[in-house]
Design a protein. Sequence first.
Lengths: 211, 417
Amino acid sequence: MRLPRLTLSCCTLALLAGCKPVDDRKEITVEREIGKLAPKAELGLSLRERLGLKPVGAKPDGPPFTWEMPEGWTEAPGSAMRVANFTFGPEGKGECYFTVLPGGGGGLLLNLNRWRKQFGLEEVDQAAAEALPERRFLFGSGKAVDLEGAFQAMGASEAQPGYRLLGVIMPEVQLGDMQVAFFVKMTGPADAVAAQKDNFEAFCDSLRVGK
Amino acid sequence: MSRTNKQKSIPQKAFDFLSSYGLAVVLLALLLALTFFGTFAQVEHGLYDASNMYFESFIVVDDFKGIPLALPGVYLVSIVLFVNLLCGAIIRARKSWRRPGMIIAHGGILFILFSGFVAFHFTREGSMLLYKGDRADEIYNLTDWSIEVAKHGADGETLKTYVIEPDDLKPLYKKGARRVFHSAEIPFELELYGAVRNILNFKLEATGLVQEGAKANAGASLSGGFVEGFALAAQRPNKQAERNQPGTYIKVRRDGEELAHTLLLGGNGFTPRPLTVEVGEETWSVNLTRRRFSLPFGLELEKFEKEDHPGTQRAREYSSDVVRVDDGVPTDRYHISMNRPMRYGGFTVYQASWGPQNAAPGDPLYTTLAVAHNPADQWPKWATYIVAIGMAIHFFQKLVAYLRRAGRANRKQEDTP
């Protein structure tokens, strides 16, 4: 009978130790030494600026682009790489974004295979990549991509079946002094993407460099 | 003549209990069970949460495949085991020159447990992210968040920084929790409420930052109301705790007057964008940031090299060449690679990672260095030596005793007619 008694004692002790009340007032007592090389804080910012958001509808800085947002799409906050960012479909599960990457973006084959990998598809060779259909895009032409399968987004732990991707890749473009790559990528449940295919084409056609 | 249990005083009974073999058996069995459940919990909760829940807590309350669990945590069990070993194997044990080995070996085990305690409470660790040419002398803990309240000078330079520690923020992630923080050194008080541990979805999009009127977030369960057009909604914490981004509502008050009522979102430490609070002539800032520590030296990245597996973008090997900077002056050079850390001034700097992970060929890369200051860094090694010495003495004595007995038995046989 000693062992159960001992176990019970341990557990009771643990329960008592685990009870820790929360005060509703707490004094700040810790002071931190500041690094001599620490980055300087940006002061006097509004909430939107602190959050890194631009006012809704504003176009991001950088090479100026214009576009027409299709009806039924919702503008989402942009990021350093997503110049235009939208959601669509039920629960906003579908997304479409226009990305500009510096330095050529790794080329057509690497990006095509990266997208194929996200859909659990086997990699293809350069010849297959070159054989993709061309479509008019911005001031030239890009390769049109259409994939279906189980989509695993970057950072996602599980693939989502029944997804489709429509995309355009325009790699290694000389824009002024810079070499850049342009991408439009639409992903979402296959039926939602199919319903938005015309809007996707219209959005791609509406993209322009310059205001 | 030994006394019966009824004749013993309460302290004697307590000592008997704490030094008993029975308690040792229970504690070791609990450690075994906690290791088992804690390992499986990593699948469900992720490494960070499972470690907190099972290995760093006084008590574990969890659900293991539908079975409710309530056990003492590894932290508590380790403390009781330390006391048990100290009382049973050191104080109570018969001390004799005939068996010093076992006492030394148990002393080594106590040292291991003590090392764990010191490392748990006094280790400072974090990461440093450097692009080529960058210098830094602060590290960021990737999983723990704090609020820094800083006073700034006329040019925006930081004069003093006060810290609300991660342990004081964690209780606020519970629904409905609210707490006021104050200090005689700070001319205002902060009320935090509606805090959420994570606002990012699994795609690392800020779906927990809800914009007023946005259709995409309609129906989200808000942790507070809309403030300046935005509200917070808790998202499921990511199993990789470093990917969580917290947020909280904050009210700044001075003598009952509300100076600010807004949101704070966890930001990166590299471009701090805090809430600014003007009080008279003074400028203060409030920032929800990863827990930061400053180092007594700086590091400058001279070169970062990454070698990929052939035909892929998967890194096979990566390393950083850094220069230590003391008081703004570059001094010694170090090459840090995956299994070759830099050691200086009690700090160990490891090559941890690199990024951006989605960088295209030719894009600039940064290096992530993990920095740790653990006063007990080498103690487990020494403790292992002590245990080994104790065991060697013990087995040597046993061997000598055996050989003597065997010799005597042989002589007896030889003497037998």
